[in-house]
Design a protein around this ligand. Sequence first.
Ligand SMILES: [Zn+2]
Length: 286
Amino acid sequence: MSSDSSNVSPQNRNLRAIARVVGTCGIVLVCCLLGVARGAALDDARPEPNLRLPSTSVSSGLPWKGRLLRAVRLRMSAALAPVAEYARSGNFYGTSELVSMLERTANAIAARWPESQMSVGELSGPHGGKLGGHRSHRNGRDVDVAFFMQDAEGRSSRMDAFVTFNRHGSAPRARGKLFFDDEKNWAMVASMLRDPEARVQYMFVAKSIRARLLREGARHGENEEFLRTAATVMVQPKRGHKHANHFHVRIYCARDDRPQCRDAAPYWPWYEDTQRLLARQSGAQP
Ligand SMILES: [Zn+2]
């Protein structure tokens, strides 16, 4: 027995024992609370999910001279479907970055307009390489995307093939005109340009449609800088197909696919890798 306990009454001993238990519990409780608070603080400080972790897919070479390794197949859903004309081709393979961007965009549009469905043409074949009917689309970084359109009553409309729109945004059809859906098409452009993972280099589209989309972006209250980004990225090709019936979207190489994956200029100044790519292009040390 310790000298401490020998000099106190049994009653006091009991009181001290109770105090010790209460004290211990208090300490444990305070520690638990601190732990919870610390956990909460860590939660708050945790960065956004790192969407730029290395992916398994690898885009190799250039969009018009390349291959695709460990491709990811686009998942079709109520929000995303192939244009009927291309459904059988099965060429819906891309890099993880491209496929994720398309799925994210389609889901964002469907969340806002539940009746709508984004339609795509071809991406690349399962291993990339030459793809009939396309000059590029060879390494999983190119995709053709149909325009959203509606009929005269404002109902969403889907067609079996890409539909060509004139500069007034309409397409005469045997069974009534179709109209280019400015709002949904702008939402699609904006979603791709704001994608947290993919970096869009080009959206090839006819001049008249580009103008409609930029007007819609301004009407929608987009800031000047973002409108300039969209104006830069949306381009009517100088030669060949005007792209008045679909977008052709190309994304830059994912960082973890370089140097095997190769981009060609231009490198837009708002992307984080631009200075390094420009330095490499000019032969200077990055
Ligand atoms: Zn294309």
